[in-house]
Design a protein around this ligand. Sequence first.
Ligand code: ISE
Length: 344
Amino acid sequence: MSAALRVGVVGVGMMGADHAERLAVRTAGAVLTAVADPDLGRAQELAGRLGATAFGDPLDLIASAEVDAVLLASPGFVHEEQVLACFAAGKPVLCEKPMTMDIESSLRIVEAEGALDHPLLSVGFMRRFDPEYAQLQRMLAGEAFGPLLVMHQTHRNRSVPNPEFRSEMIVRDSLVHEVDCARFFVGDEIAEIQVIAPRPTSKAFEGVADPQIAIFRMANGVVVTNEVFVNCQVGYEVRAEAVCERGTAIAGRPQTGLYSTVSSGGSTPEGYWGGMVHDDFRQRFGRAYDLEVQAWVNASRSGGVVGANAWDGYAATAVCEAGMASLASGEPVAVTLVDPVTRS
Ligand code: ISE
């Protein structure tokens, strides 16, 4: 395809507005033609600023002749309907995580895509495009330090002002990134998950289990430990450490790495010792989002998909659902992934 890809963005909240701007000003080979949001006024305001058409109904944007490809930054509970509409229209779609909110709807998407001539869905797990995360994955795949044995992943946010951010959301919205990264780094499925709740911070909303510790047992025996803490008060800290037979490797070490915190505006806040940290995820992963959207545009123009696919989205949903069951019981819960066609 030589003409620019005409992209429509669904959802104009924080992430959608960010992506719309990215597509309008710094993505090669793409042009932002439309934005949609049930809050039409908000869509019109953004569309006016970026020179696009505003829609109140996302399904009208997906059907529009002005749109070749769709980026979904809408809430997870409307993803199934919107992804299936993109499939019906034969349009490539980049769907922000989580792919859907429950196993059955995720499976329906895998199944529906399987019936198409070629895959159309990319799922927006942006860390796969972060240069450090991508480099760590390549090192592990090449066994640069021998076989991987253990991983430790950390995911901390300064705070979540949203009272909706309950214990389950920490699993579904935050831990889901660690789920995808574990599968990405280890190259295998998560066979069992246990989520335990330590003493909760008084900074969380009443009754919310924050922080949480999750343990993944991978099918190949690797164990991945995870800390997710969404009210850590300090800043945005995300890292992954791999322990292999002959060495260790870290992505996201403070003050080091390919994209240093200094050049992208990190600081040393009160309550932190040992380097600099970012304020939030748009700062830390801004470059990853740019690379992800550029890679998706390139792939869409040549009929392909990139990054996490529908199966990865389904596996992440299934692990998170098991994680929520484990959080409730405190016990390890096995993860069973089924074949979307035979359901066995
Ligand atoms: C947020 O919900 C996200 O989805 C971001 O990708 C993540 O990095 C951030 O920590 C979450 O709070």
